[in-house]
Design a protein around this ligand. Structure first.
Ligand SMILES: N[C@@H](CCC(=O)N[C@@H](CS)C(=O)NCC(=O)O)C(=O)O
Length: 250
């Protein structure tokens, strides 16, 4: 039975799993679950992931959620996946796990919280929260500094001094591409000081093309819509219309 990937391309961890499957030629079926329509809350999806979050997979009778666990599982379960993604070598693998564990409590906490509360929330029917966005800024900037000065230390173009991407590169870059939703000035305020981070994002993009751009295209489209709505909101002082407009176009 074909692998099923439950995903919403607006979700960072969903994108990492989809890109991984496509780059590695894994035969899978993408099942779209739209967060903006609250489809992740349906009783059918709750059977797949009781936590009602995306992504999730079903491989035969095996169900799994949490993107890092999914990426590691796919790298091991599909024999055609090149070793560099999640090396069999215990020490290299443990280092990758170390970056992945760091990601969830640091970069994700900063980037996802900032983007949600500064621009994305109205598209999901939630209010913007400037206080939460301000609180996330520090996490985001500190995390970018850690990537630049710790994880990207070494000669390679990828994390941990690597010359080829791992599942950690893909996961973290898909988190950072969510910053595409911000306006240029705001995005540059965060990424501008970190030249190695910018080069690394491009390296991961190049290593996973054309799938990287194809999977991200919905995000690039949403950016235009969100920014237009943000301008309208600033003019009228309301949040109305954002959700319907975004949903109908994605
Ligand atoms: N740690 C999880 C995060 C999953 C997650 O938070 N997914 C978000 C989308 S990025 C979601 O499904 N949100 C829906 C909701 O909270 O109702 C992973 O890496 O898979």
């Amino acid at each position: 039975m074909k692998l099923k990937v439950y995903a919403d391309r607006m979700s960072q961890p969903s994108r990492s799993v989809l890109i991984f499957c496509k780059v590695n030629g894994i035969d899978f079926e993408e099942i779209k679950v739209e967060i903006s329509k609250r489809e992740q809350l349906s009783p059918e999806f709750k059977e797949i992931n009781p936590l009602k979050k995306l992504p999730a997979i079903v491989d035969g009778r095996f169900k799994l959620f949490e993107s890092h666990a999914i990426l590691a599982y796919l790298a091991c379960a599909f024999p055609g996946v090149p070793d560099h993604w999640y090396p069999a070598d215990l020490f290299r693998r443990a280092k990758i796990d170390s970056v992945l564990h760091w990601h969830h409590m640091n970069l994700r906490r900063g980037a996802a919280t900032y983007v949600l509360n500064s621009i994305l929330a109205p598209a999901l029917g939630l209010p913007l929260n400037q206080q939460a966005a301000a609180g996330a800024e520090n996490f985001l900037s500190t995390s970018l500094s850690t990537i630049e000065n710790v994880w990207l230390k070494g000669n390679g173009r990828f994390l941990l001094g690597g010359f080829q991407p791992t599942i950690a590169d893909l996961s973290l870059v898909c988190e950072l591409t969510q910053l595409e939703l911000l306006d240029e000035k705001d995005r540059n305020r965060f990424l501008g000081p970190y030249k190695k981070v910018q080069l690394w994002i491009e390296s991961v993009r190049n290593a996973t093309r054309p799938h990287f751009d194809e999977v991200h295209s919905v995000l690039y489209k949403a950016k235009g819509i969100l920014q237009m709505q943000q301008r309208k909101r600033a003019d009228s002082g309301t949040n109305s219309g954002v959700k319907n407009s975004l949903t109908s176009k994605m």
